[in-house]
Design a protein around this ligand. Sequence first.
Ligand code: FMN
Length: 371
Amino acid sequence: MAAQENRILLKNVDQPGYTVDIDCYTKHGGYETLKKALAMKPDEIRLEVKASGLRGRGGAGFPCGVKWHDLVDRKSGNPIYLICNCDESEPGTFKDRQLVHKDPHQLIEGMIISAYANDVSLAFLYIREEMPRGAQILEEAIEEARQKGFVGNNIAGSDFSCEIVVHRGGGAYICGEETGLIESLEGKRAYPRIKPPFFPAAKGLYMCPTIVNNVETLCNVVHIIGMGSAAYSKIGRPNNTGTRIWCVSGLVQKPGYYEIESMTMKELLYDICGGPLPGRKFKAVVPGGGSMKILDVNETYKDREGKEFSFDEIMVDYDGIAAAGSMSGSSGMMVMDDSVDIPEALGNLMAFYAHESCGQCTPCREGSLWT
Ligand SMILES: Cc1cc2nc3c(=O)[nH]c(=O)nc-3n(C[C@H](O)[C@H](O)[C@H](O)COP(=O)(O)O)c2cc1C
């Protein structure tokens, strides 16, 4: 049977009137999970997220529940901040934009649940400057949610209060890196901070413990709490749980964004994306956004145990793409066929990094020939 999408986060995005219409969102069960969450204890929610196996969708794939668990100084009395990273600056990535434009309340619900779970009363939504419509949609949706009592004081009649501030980003690639983002949010140039000591969990925004999570990661929290971690962790495969939204661009019949569980490269590129253009053959794929290592379709790959597998057999998820020597990154998959001059294509990508390097760290500055 041909592989298919499994739309969980994208389930409702094509409902008429879904964007910035809270009534439509609530009619389809929206904010019910928030009410469920508010009846739980914050640490129960954190344990659920940890048990779900959810890995960050922003780039590194760090387990979300571990990040939340490791938050330093939870009891210090310092405020804890939550930042939603909606910078989406990695070339080839356009999934967060879809979630923001087409289902903003899902993100707001995920942020408020995550804020409640982590004792956060002020959360920030950092959205890149080049997404002005997205920022407007979010501001309108937050206002709608505030009117209905899902953002602000005494959320859904509870004693929990939380505000969300939309902050338009600095308009540079490096603003997506979490510590650069924090600098930018503080009104400074987005030079990344040195880790250690400036891990956001310890010394983040205004030197207070801070959680930075990607848009898609935070949207997943709604579904983990909604269905429970036991059900969620059965989706996908172990260590790669849940679905992921892949942004497929380039020379395939049906480029687009697809929400899938782990499947092979062949299933994604042929069953879902319709295969190569007429008369063409696939040549290479950049699997996880412009900064990820390119994969040659004719190469034989070897996993850590020495087992060989073909390009078609690569599992499209964190571990599968890592086993082939690259990274799933921000799930921006750029497909090239035999009409493409690979050095020219990679030269084009390098020109982006040379222009966008902030110039602070030597490997990137010198390696990209910073311009
Ligand atoms: C150069 C660079 C750019 C990045 N850009 C983004 C971005 O645009 N969006 C994002 O969510 N994460 C980006 N990241 C990853 C963030 O630093 C951070 O790990 C992520 O927001 C954490 O969220 P997650 O755990 O939910 O994935 C970038 C990292 C680097 C090094």
